[in-house]
Design a protein around this ligand. Structure first.
Ligand SMILES: *Cc1c(COP(=O)(O)O)cnc(C)c1O
Length: 497
């Protein structure tokens, strides 16, 4: 098997191995790691159709993580995709009306981030061992809600690691906040910051680039890594479920071998849809990559005009995990469409941080034709939830509803009737209040846990363990800080002065 290397999107510095890229998270120059080429699958879709999730994951991931031995990678996969998931299918594909819902929320924290974050800690500890690392690894994460809990659950009590999560104090749902501040594990820390998600993410990025702090921590036996979706160890496991989705369509006789499907992804940081783009380039028969946004529609405007412009009002919506104005993973796509020219990409990223915008030329725009972008407002989101419930009895969460609305717009606009897979990114139980209010205004005044019981009654879907847990769990994390206090907070947690 040929060796794959990872290089930065912002300079032509020496390439690193997959395990080194996983450990570092972000490249030294502030760029993101990308594979030297997107590898091809070495098995056919037909072969994948008879494999369980774990085997599909292995077939996809081995092509990207070429410095892992078969034994190492299989062991990581086995530890990740086990009974923490409430179905053996791990990511079941459910047909409702004329859409296929790829349910990515059957893991420990009932959102799609579990798909990657249940395996990342194992990829990371194997990577540390391979590279002779003695320091403890400190995972630093900014979250818009779901990443935080999924990372905490993944890393809690994993030896040789600590995890510190920053979230926007007033920018996550009550359930999301309760899930994080009740996290057990002596190596876990959770901090609310006064600011929005972009503030938290910019703060974390600055800390990763703070060489002085890096030296201080190294002297104390620590080094940072990232569990954010910029880590290549997050992206690679996500490619697997798009291959699995196609394999399921084939296995269930819903699609002819080689016939292309469309995928629709409710998008925030652009990680999930980029994984679909990688899957397409690996050989999974995908036609359109449909990018669905909420009212923070930076990406819709970008696909329509070729200008990425974050200078706009930040809107809090009922799909908070998509309330994002800087989609970090888009940089990996930009790097590709500027012809893997790191200087050109770096120029765009500098413009983005200086002026908040950059514009592609016509040639570059032409390379975005695999993508289609659209967005949905709050009313459209609620309407989809209510209509699909009334017509088919299926209840979806707010993020998934944004995707379904956009899928319908796309069909109407283009007449494209290809089989459509919706990336269903959260359980409706994670956003019970918004979901139930969408179904009927009469639920507006019902108290939180009564509402959960009512959702259980009308959907017939079992209440997930993650929700049962927070009914009674005590709050263990109380720290709140300003956005310029993040470094001090970290030092205090680690006992570094
Ligand atoms: C994180 C998240 C998204 C957005 O995914 P990206 O990879 O950031 O684009 C969508 N829905 C839910 C429920 C999420 O948690």
């Amino acid at each position: 098997m040929s060796e794959l290397y990872y290089k930065s999107t912002r300079s032509d510095s020496a390439p690193v191995t997959a395990s080194q890229a996983i450990l570092q998270g972000l490249a030294r120059d502030g760029g993101l790691f990308v594979p030297s080429a997107i590898p091809k699958l070495s098995v056919s879709m037909k072969e994948l159709a008879s494999m369980p999730y774990q085997e599909v994951a292995y077939q996809v991931m081995k092509e990207f993580l070429t410095d892992f031995t078969e034994e190492e990678l299989r062991s990581c996969i086995e530890k990740a995709y086990d009974s923490k998931f409430d179905t053996e299918k791990i990511a079941p594909l459910v047909k409702v009306e004329d859409m296929y819902y790829l349910e990515l929320f059957h893991g420990a924290t009932i959102a799609f981030k579990d798909m990657a974050l249940s395996i990342l800690p194992h990829l990371m500890t194997v990577s540390a061992k391979k590279n002779g690392i003695k320091n403890d690894i400190v995972i630093l994460t900014a979250t818009s809600g779901d990443t935080g809990k999924a990372a905490l659950a993944g890393f809690a009590d994993v030896p040789g690691t600590k995890i510190i999560v920053f979230y926007p104090k007033d920018g996550v749902s009550p359930v999301q906040e309760k899930q994080m501040v009740t996290q057990r594990g002596a190596n876990t820390h959770v901090v609310g910051i006064h600011g929005n998600f972009d503030d938290a993410q910019s703060g974390v990025k600055a800390i990763f680039n703070n060489r002085e702090l890096e030296k201080e921590l190294d002297a104390a036996g620590y080094q940072f890594s990232s569990a954010n979706s910029i880590n290549i160890g997050r992206l690679v496991p996500q490619v697997a479920y798009y291959a699995y989705a196609y394999a399921q369509l084939l296995a269930q006789g819903e699609i002819a071998d080689g016939e292309e499907m469309n995928v629709v992804v409710p998008t925030g940081n652009f990680g999930n849809i980029l994984a679909a783009f990688y899957a397409k380039n690996m050989g999974v028969p995908i036609a359109k990559l449909i990018c669905a946004s909420n009212e923070n529609k930076v990406l819709f405007d970008f696909f329509r005009t070729g200008t990425y412009d974050r200078n706009r009002e930040f809107i809090l919506t009922s799909s908070p995990s998509m309330d994002i104005l800087i989609s970090s993973n888009l940089e990996r796509l930009i790097y590709r469409i500027v012809g893997e020219n790191s200087a050109k990409n770096a120029e765009f990223m500098n413009e983005l941080s200086k002026d908040g915008r950059y514009t592609l030329n016509e040639d570059m725009r032409g390379q975005l034709k695999d993508f289609y972008g659209n967005y949905t407002d709050e009313q459209g989101t609620a309407d989809v939830i209510r209509e699909v419930y009334q017509n088919a009895g299926y209840i979806m969460d707010t993020h998934t509803a944004v995707a379904v609305h956009v899928a319908k717009q796309y069909r109407k606009e283009t007449g494209d009737t290809r089989k459509t897979v919706i990336a269903s990114t959260a359980s409706p139980y994670k956003f019970t209040r918004s979901v139930m209010s969408a179904i009927d205004q009469k639920y507006n005044d019902v108290e939180d846990f009564a509402l959960i019981d009512e959702l259980n009654r009308i959907s017939g879907v079992k209440i997930p363990q993650a929700i049962e847990d927070i009914r009674t769990a005590p709050v263990l994390h109380h720290t709140v800080c300003e956005k310029d206090e993040m470094v001090d907070v970290i030092k205090k947690f680690l006992g570094v002065q």
